[in-house]
Design a binder for this molecule. Sequence first.
Ligand code: MN3
Length: 202
Amino acid sequence: MAFELPALPYAHDALEPHIDTRTMEIHHGKHHAGYTSKLNAAIEGTEMEGMSIENILTNMDMANGAVRNNGGGYYNHSLFWKVMSPNGGGTPSGELAEAINAAFGSFDAFKEAFSNAAKTQFGSGWAWLCVHKGGKVEVCSTPNQDNPLMPGVSCNGTPILGLDVWEHAYYLKYQNRRPDYVEAFFNVINWEQVAANYAANK
Ligand code: MN3
């Protein structure tokens, strides 16, 4: 069964003014849709057809550029839409907050580490908050559509929060001001979803 573009869990304009409507329309309807259809084309007729996206990425041949780029793009954006919400922002609570405090000392220190990962990723890529088995969390970044599930990537664990820092994610509204986009992202983070991701993968 082929992968399908997941529906946005809110309207295109729901994240205004932090993420603008036109960017959401193009980002979901063109970019994510493109990764999805190209992933399907890349795995059609191979042993990967019918596997879960997590299984494909965890076991992939990193030399397979079509699966690496489009499988990463499919997975990364599917996570990205879910970890944002028009009712987002604020700070996490419960065991996720405890794990963040254990790793970084405070929420503000986590925010600085995550923001720095996003701002200093050269060119296109993603910033991540990942969880390791046992519950420890870590911040890292990856280039292009790579992610921590893939073998040999500089960080590992399971992504529970991701931020797209490709220019297509912010250029219409923020132009070259990536730091302003990163700051705005914190107003829409869906911490309930991130906590659910943490609980499911710790
Ligand atoms: Mn993108």
